[in-house]
Design a protein around this ligand. Sequence first.
Ligand SMILES: [Zn+2]
Length: 80
Amino acid sequence: MEAMENDERGYWGGTTEEQRNKMRGKKPRSRVPATCGTESAYRRHKAKKEEPCDKCRRAYNDLARQRMAHKRARDASGRR
Ligand SMILES: [Zn+2]
């Protein structure tokens, strides 16, 4: 099928794949809710105005700590 080739490029008549999916009434991605213990799951809790569960909170805290460490390392190396 030749249409498939166009499809793979992600553009189709000037629309992005996401827009196309919307036009077809599909959700772009993630039909499966994020599993608890990931940052997206944490955000999902927040989005639903829920209290993030332990697993999510821990995952999020870990990530935040990692990011802080990362940022600190970058700041330190960037300093002259
Ligand atoms: Zn959770």
